[in-house]
Write a new protein. Sequence first.
Length: 485
Amino acid sequence: MLKQSLQYKLLQKLSPQQIQLMKLIQLPTQAFEERLKQEIEENPALDTGKEEIDSFEDDFADEYDDTGNEKIEAEDINIDEYLSDDEIPSYKTQANNYSSDDDEKNVPYAAGTSFHQSLKNQLNTYSFDDEGKAIAEFLVGSIDDSGYIRRDILDLVDDLAFTANIFTTEERVLEILTKVIHSLDPIGVGARDLKECLIIQLKAKETNKIRSLAISILKSAFDHFVKKHYTRLLEKFNISEDELKEVNKEISKLNPKPGSSYAGNNKIAEQIVPDFSIKIIDGELDLTLNSRNAPELHISREYNNMLKGYQESKTKSKSQKDAVFFIKQKLDAAKWFIDAIKQRQQTLLVTMNTIMHYQYDYFLTGDERKLKPMILKDIADQINMDVSTVSRVANSKYVSTPYGTKLIKEFFSESMKNDQGEDVSTKEIKKILENVIADENKKKPLTDEKLAGILKEKGYPIARRTVAKYREQLDLPVARLRKEI
């Protein structure tokens, strides 16, 4: 049996302009500049920089529709909405009147040779037949950004047959891999796992007793070495602790990811341009917005001349009337975009200023233990904005401080109570945990249970599983893997 019912739902919909504004707020400096460039290219009514032009005192007197029978009222196109005496918005989007030269020096990237291209170039120094060269180039193309070939030799043979029409054997591919690819620079490239990578690097060095011992340990007791079962290694190889220390030292000098260390790798790290700068001036914090986030925008001279020409024209043709509607559309879009930039700038400054004062002690000292517990809602409530707006600022923006450039979301953390019932930041606890582990006896590293006991003695009663979670977040291994000889 079918039933009909009436339900009421309260829905809140954002306008397209609000959605666009949220997207603008979320963009970091470099992406914002690209968005700005795109808007200027797409809207000829929008221009940058200062430009002195004549303003109009009168509005349009004529109006019309597509039939040409009506006239344009003054409220339809109010030129004063778009123009000011010097054609610069009154809020002067330049932040704090700082010069465009201030703090705007960025080091450009050199267009170097890519990682894989460098490997291919090295192949030119070897003598191959056509098939051998094709196999070598295929192997180079199979190397990932860390420098490894993660696939089985048999799979590579199959791919050579299907994609390159090269029918060869596992032995031939393995021979080229070990004799050619493994000799390319950086040494260790083309290895199929960490064990092989380390052994290749050791074999490339001048032979001595410790390096030979290191190779033997990696070949026959790799798992014991990785898991730091030092007692078993001492017994198995009948060596002294000093010799094992030397082996450890030798292996620690090797590069576990030879590809990632290459300066010309395919993936160039994105340059971070801070959106804000916090400086200490006369013992007080001073916040500025990167001026690249506050461009000077205005309506272009050409569009103003078009409007002026239309206003002064005695006879207005259909094409002129159509053109002025197009101009109005572009002017509306330009005016909205200029207002959106102003709103974006104000939102960024208000949000970051509130965060700075909330974490005033940290920004004044750089001591992470002085970071207060702070969640997005704390800031949103103070500035009377939505949590999602604060999140957009925090997740994508960086601030330059006397202690380095930081991602703003790093200043946010949950809270927990200490033994005196006071709220403390989880970041403070993590910092103390990190310090305790750094100062431990590496021959007898502290278990998570013991770390929990030490933190409790310091006034932070947290469970062992919480210690384990914080340790993992700090990227610190378990006690057994922190053990040294």
